[in-house]
Design a protein around this ligand. Structure first.
Ligand SMILES: [Zn+2]
Length: 291
């Protein structure tokens, strides 16, 4: 059971969030316990999931110093074409907007596409076991370099999960609120003239509701938040705040610099100082009122 939970560490985009803090704790302990033997948890996992690589290949997108996606599954031509287009767009836009091209030669990310929730769930059961708690909107399964997408939900969910994979490869681990905030930029993105127009409404109501209820964290609380908070019962506040801070910095032309600094910050204190240097919280809140 524990091993299964560790394996299923992945983006819990909206669901399955309660187990995540536990997973991270267990995964962290496992890494600590095995570090003396120079064996990491990741090192003990196969690089890719057999259940994924068994699926028929549709197309390869990316590579050349950026993440390569291998799109897989048996889906309609319309969905296959949409997924290929979307993967190209996302790679282009994330690197133009905030991701460095690091030239790393990581294995490809398998992107498993399913037309129906039933097929999607069947695959998760096969790959993760029957007790997996993943939601129906999509998963990025970091330790197996696998994205699983349910195409019966909006395509924005696939953009979100692909963004997690790109962010993880280019920047390494980020605080959960920032990882989710950056991925959430793309849920309602619309491709226009060679770039995404990032929607301004996605999660805005959640941000406003959290603020009205006195549940919106300030910058210090945000910086101090771990996965327990971000994926806990107040997750909407963390996701929406992360998303709109990312959008705010993007509009100021500061997002790339900011994420680079956050990825190089080693402690929560350093991350808080970076956050406070880039974001004037009062000005940020005033900006959200004008959206
Ligand atoms: Zn996510």
């Amino acid at each position: 059971m524990k091993k299964q939970k560790i394996r299923s560490l992945a983006c819990a985009y909206n669901h399955g969030v309660n187990v995540r803090a536990f997973i991270v704790l267990v995964a962290g302990l496992a890494c600590l316990q095995t570090s003396a033997l120079a064996v990491t948890l990741e090192g003990r996992e196969p690089a890719r999931a057999a259940a994924a690589t068994d699926l028929a290949e549709i197309a390869r997108v990316g590579g050349s110093g950026r993440t390569e996606f291998v799109l897989r599954g048996r889906v309609s031509r319309r969905h296959a074409a949409a997924a290929v287009r979307l993967a190209h767009e996302l790679i282009e836009d994330t690197h133009r907007r905030f991701l460095p091209i690091d030239g790393s030669k990581l294995p490809p990310v398998d992107v498993c596409l399913f037309e129906t929730t039933a097929e999607y769930r069947r695959f998760l059961r096969e790959a993760l076991g029957p007790e997996n708690r993943e939601g129906d909107l999509g998963v990025y399964w970091r330790y197996r370099r696998t994205v699983v997408a349910n195409l019966s939900t909006p395509l924005g969910n696939l953009r979100h999960e692909l963004a997690h994979a790109l962010i993880s490869d280019a920047l390494g681990p980020l605080p959960a609120w920032l990882d989710e905030g950056l991925a959430s930029l793309y849920n309602e993105a619309a491709w226009k003239n060679g770039a995404y127009v990032l929607g301004r409404s996605h999660r805005l109501a959640q941000l406003r509701a959290a603020r009205a209820a006195g549940k919106l964290p300030d910058l210090a609380a945000l910086a101090a938040a771990g996965e327990r908070e971000v994926y806990g019962e107040n997750f909407r506040a963390y996701y929406s705040l992360g998303r709109f801070i990312a959008l705010y910095l993007d509009e100021k032309g500061k997002l790339a610099e900011f994420v680079q600094e956050m990825s190089q910050s080693r402690t929560t204190d350093e991350q808080r100082m970076a956050l406070e240097r880039y974001v004037d919280f009062a000005a940020f809140l005033a900006w959200t009122e004008r959206l």
